[in-house]
Design a protein. Structure first.
Length: 143
């Protein structure tokens, strides 16, 4: 049986994925237009639509895999992979993008993406509660 903190992790993590998906679809046109401007400024006429869709699908699949490994299989390694990706790509990446001015104006899509990051941070918080730590670190043969 999963501890309470893992159940809370599930709620916040899946809510963060829902916000991510909604933010992607609601902000897709704006994000593609911004990327086109950046590519044009760099002298490229590449259409970013396929690349952005591919990144979205890959990131969503990876996120669901990590959730399943953590919540379903009690993988402590997946927990640390999630933490590393969150810090390196989401936190630092978002701060860098804001500082460099590459995120565009605040919109519903951008707001949902930021909400997704906050919700994922809350989900990760629950992975470090004592009941979740004990559950993730216990002997796998005892399950």
């Amino acid at each position: 049986m999963q501890p309470k903190s893992i159940k809370r992790f599930d709620v916040f993590y899946l809510a963060s994925l829902a916000a991510y998906v909604a933010g992607f679809f609601l902000g897709f046109d704006e994000t593609v237009a911004l990327a086109r401007e950046q590519y044009a400024a760099a002298g490229s006429d590449m259409d970013p639509t396929g690349l952005m869709t591919g990144i979205f699908v890959f990131w969503l699949a990876l996120s669901l895999l990590l959730w399943w490994l953590i919540s379903g299989k009690a993988s402590n390694g997946a927990k640390w992979t999630l933490v590393a990706l969150y810090v390196l790509l989401e936190l630092i990446g978002t701060i860098y993008s804001i500082a460099m001015g590459t995120v565009g104006d605040l919109s519903i899509g951008m707001g949902l993406s930021l909400l997704s990051i906050v919700l994922k941070g809350a989900a990760i918080f629950y992975l470090f509660q004592s009941d979740a730590v004990a559950w993730l670190e216990r002997d796998k043969s005892a399950r």
